[in-house]
Design a protein around this ligand. Structure first.
Ligand SMILES: [Fe+2]
Length: 185
């Protein structure tokens, strides 16, 4: 039953899927309905992972970490924004509580250190919504425009620590986004 699908079931399915498949499109297509089942189970994410981080900032919690995928929880405080950034891997994001606004961009390199960012679409995800990140469509900005915390589960195909990622300001100025600290957005 959908309500009994829990984190260990999701981990076992991800383990199998990422062992059998290598295409980010196929993997994220298969993971999408499973993450949907997981986030419909109210007990899937304990309360300790639904709170903000130290100082009231973004909550980031590692739920499962392996070489082929990792599963984390993210809590966005009201007004919290992650500027446009890439991931360098596939991703599947599910909203558990409240809403998130996600803007997807097409990025065209311009001059060194600068790119042209075109908004492809702006999505407002409600609880139960799933968002997939695949090569060619994985640059996004995240924003919690509400007055409540937003809780999500993120799944990525690589460990994001130390990856050569990028972030862009509104005017297209590019910065490296590489850190030894775990970033799961
Ligand atoms: Fe992200």
């Amino acid at each position: 039953m959908a309500t009994t699908y829990a984190l260990p079931d999701f981990i076992a399915d991800l383990d199998r899927i990422t062992r059998d498949e290598s295409s980010p499109h196929v993997i994220t297509e298969k993971v999408e309905p499973l993450l949907g089942r997981l986030i419909r189970n109210p007990a899937a994410l304990p309360a300790e992972y639904r709170t903000r981080g130290p100082g009231g900032g973004r909550g980031r919690y590692m739920l499962h970490r392996t070489p082929r995928f990792n599963i984390t929880a993210v809590v966005w405080a009201p007004g919290d924004v992650a500027a446009a950034h890439n991931h360098d891997t596939w991703g599947v994001i599910g909203v558990i509580e409240n809403r998130i606004e996600e803007t997807r961009y097409r990025v065209t390199p311009d001059t060194p250190g600068h790119a042209r960012l075109e908004v492809m679409r702006v999505m407002r995800h409600e609880p139960g919504a799933i968002s997939r990140l695949v090569p060619g469509d994985e640059v996004h900005r995240m924003h919690n425009p509400t007055s409540h915390d937003t809780v999500e589960i993120h799944v990525y195909g690589k460990d994001l620590v130390g990856l050569e990622r990028k972030t862009w300001s509104e005017d297209g100025a590019e910065k490296r986004l590489v850190t030894s600290k775990y970033l799961n957005c």
